[in-house]
Design a protein around this ligand. Sequence first.
Ligand code: AHR
Length: 618
Amino acid sequence: LFVNASEASARKIPETLFGIFFEEINHAGSGGLWAELVSNRGFEAGGQNTPSNIDPWTIIGDESLLVVSTDRSSCFDRNKVALRMEVLCNSTGTNICPPGGVGIYNPGFWGMNIEQGNTYKLVFYVRSLESINVSVSLTGSKGLQSLATANVIADDVSYWTKVELLLDAKGTDHSSRLQLTTTRKGTIWFDQVSMMPLDTYNGHGFRNGLFKMLADLKPAFIRFPGGCFVEGEWLRNAFRWKETIGPWEQRPGHFGDVWMYWTDDGLGYFEFLQLAEDLGALPIWVFNNGISHTDEVDTSSILPFVQEALDGIEFAIGDPDSTWGSVRAAMGHPEPFDLRYVAIGNEDCGKKNYRGNYLKFYDAIKRAYPDMKVISNCDGSNHQLDHPTDLYDYHVYKEANAVFSMAHNFDHVSRKGPKAFVSEYAVTGKDAGGGSLLAALAEAGFLIGLERNSDVVKMASYAPLFVNANDKRWNPDAIVFNSSQLYGTPSYWMQCFFVQSNGATLLNTTLQANSSSSLIASAITWQNSEDEKNYLRIKVVNFGSNTANLKISIDGLELNSIQSYGSTKTVLTSSNVMDENSFNEPNKVAPFKSLLEDAGKDMDVTLLAHSFTSFDLL
Ligand code: AHR
């Protein structure tokens, strides 16, 4: 492998090349990154018609003791459904309540993670024509072990009353539940029951461990909130940003009919923008363009959708005294967010109204926001597009060999015209298993190809990012979690090899090897902001099943000399190419770093079969 480190042949990689794509799929947000512990907090998930299904809320006590139903008596206009609990038993008299009382419990998203020493903020709205005495408790999954308790006693809650409590956990249980019980006869209504750990990232509601996994990728951008989630199976179930902002209690929530689950939209448009800011990533907002999987708005009727998108941009970047900027400011963020990119729809290019609708959005956005970069769904890699765009979206889901060979996909793409945004890529099918080493190696090869073609590929992100192991709607995914555990698949760890690439200098490399078809390499230099030292990173994927011996020669290096001291080698491999990580073995396939003792301008290195190696030279 020849690495030419002379400036003449070097090229800067875009600052934006590697980022992440967050979609509300697999309970990535609701029951995932968004730390809300109560599932179906507003009782709306069963639909607006009452009586409705209150799942996963469950009744404690039989029908001789209480009757639980739903009605439309909530004080919140956009989510009128409330829970009505008619308690028939009492602490005295003939029909005596059981000692623990009767009521309801919520198991969260397949169990709440309650941890000793942590504090949980519970908020709920209550109403009753009688005085109330409600016990609030966090218990083990069977309702037995008590982790935290409080009593809510009030004489007059004849109008809806907000109750706020802090619960300190005195025990740990990863599949806990929240109980609301009473031993007092009467009728009580509950609505908007929310519980969050006090300790979330920056107090912004993001589950710490999952947030850190994202931050460690140092993403240059975050594309959100989908994916198909943006489109909806039907337009009526698509993500509508205006329904997801403002006070959480007032958000209607919606049923995502592509991935088939309800979300309260606690993680709404504002929170996505906040997430991007917290990650130091540029937000890339994908909005619905009047097209779902099943129905489409005709171009002649698209203007309200165009206005909705313009309003969304104003919400993100408008002055705090503009119509929608003021709504953002009222939510606690007077400064504009750094929204510079929007995507008009997702995977809609071939659809009947795409081009017509697209042009309406494009023209209106460019007129109002000339600097806003617009992303088209149409692939511009093999022909000139028939509409103007700054970037075109490109999705890759294939088996491993195909993805590995796609390292050369952009080699011959026209260097003129819009740039590519590979906003979704992954090995899928049997090669991927639940997230295999094989998949990660093929993807690594593909990403090396993107680095080398980063004059025409401006952005790339893996998909999907997250999966709650209890609701796998798509396989594989980069980060797997349940209520308390998490791990990265090999594809997650593979991405960590690229975190220094954004804005780095790409060097010219030439690979001469017999087995060159199973090897691919790239080299970058960058200055580490922490120690201000210059680094050279050579990445090589050995996609083959044999060990490969490689001679690396580095030419034209301006570094004083390559030092053995501090130079390292990091390898991602495993004994079987189909190996995966799991909750039991989260690091079975994870990068292993060691000192590179014989670092130099000429090195003989051994690349293990089925491996990804990065040589970091100081
Ligand atoms: O990443 C999963 C899905 O794959 C996305 O929602 C969609 O854009 C693609 O088809």
